[in-house]
Design a protein around this ligand. Sequence first.
Ligand SMILES: *Cc1c(COP(=O)(O)O)cnc(C)c1O
Length: 373
Amino acid sequence: MSTRGREHVYNFGAGPAALPTEVLEQVREDLLSYAGTGMSVMEISHRSAVYEQLQADAEAALRRLLGIPAHYAVLFLQGGASQQFAMVPMNLLPQGGQAGYVLTGSWSEKAMKEAQTFGRVRVVGSTKDTGYRRIPSDDELDISPDDAYVHITTNNTIVGSQWHRVPEIPRSIPLVADMSSDICSHPVDVARFRLIYAGAQKNLGPAGVTVVVADAPWLEHAAGDREIPAIFRYGVHVKARSTYNTPPTFAVYMVGLVAKWMLQQGGLLEMERRNRAKAEQVYSAIDDSEGFYQAVVEPTSRSWMNATFRLPTPALEAAFLERARAAGLVGLAGHRSVGGIRVSLYNAVPLTWCERLCTFMDDFRRNAEGLSD
Ligand SMILES: *Cc1c(COP(=O)(O)O)cnc(C)c1O
């Protein structure tokens, strides 16, 4: 079937981001009539057996993919990762208690800022003084046994850095992670985290659904003493199996398809192998450019999901983006807060796109250098 011009576009956007073409073809197939119902997924009640099965399948695929322990709950919520910035402290920061935040970029700053509206917050570690060009080492983390939880952002989508390890903090201190931009990009030991959240639109599906994975028994007793609206209470959503109110049914359906796609491709070990190869290729093109392209982040902290770099002048960056766009290479502008170039390499981006990009980078550099000679 025709992919309607998709073959000429290489989407390196940071999110909402590229989705596997096979998944979109499946969506097209199902769009008018899902599973013989004569109705679109969008037209089916969230209380129907058909939807219940669809959501159970999506959850089962995620559980298999990530190896989620049986006592962990999987929730499909709305409001994006930004709503989790608020729900985490609302539910997990007891009155009079404190929470620790590791600052590695602007999303972690935003998460901490929301927590500050609910209680005492400590900076457990920060690399802000380096412009967030690296991830802190374990030695730099100032852990307190009084922290109700410690929050990290595993991949810093804007600056382009990533934790390539789980920080070694005492197991008694609950670790909470925003994995919005690297969930399912490599295997992860879910049991090291008490709560993980991720907006779907980077690596899991379309915007509109946020996946929360949490240790359910812990959640029940950690969930504090605070009067909060039911809609923001994790326990309410666990009990109602994410159907306390109408869930984002179509987005959940697509997350299920993407998770099944990842399983068919070989699971998270295979995703990791591909993502490593893609990242190596792009960082090599940067590092082998004799300083024409300058990586923003220090080598050991570089993200495999969002590679960021600068060119010698803003004018060259503008020309780079313009010519890239003309060559079908889109979504490469850095976040509006930092500028520069950002190459997002989520699971749906194939190695062939990176090869294409690297050829473009080499050509652009040779041209630019020729002009200035
Ligand atoms: C994109 C992103 C967010 C914000 O997600 P929303 O769904 O827009 O709220 C938060 N954290 C990280 C790491 C992100 O990449």
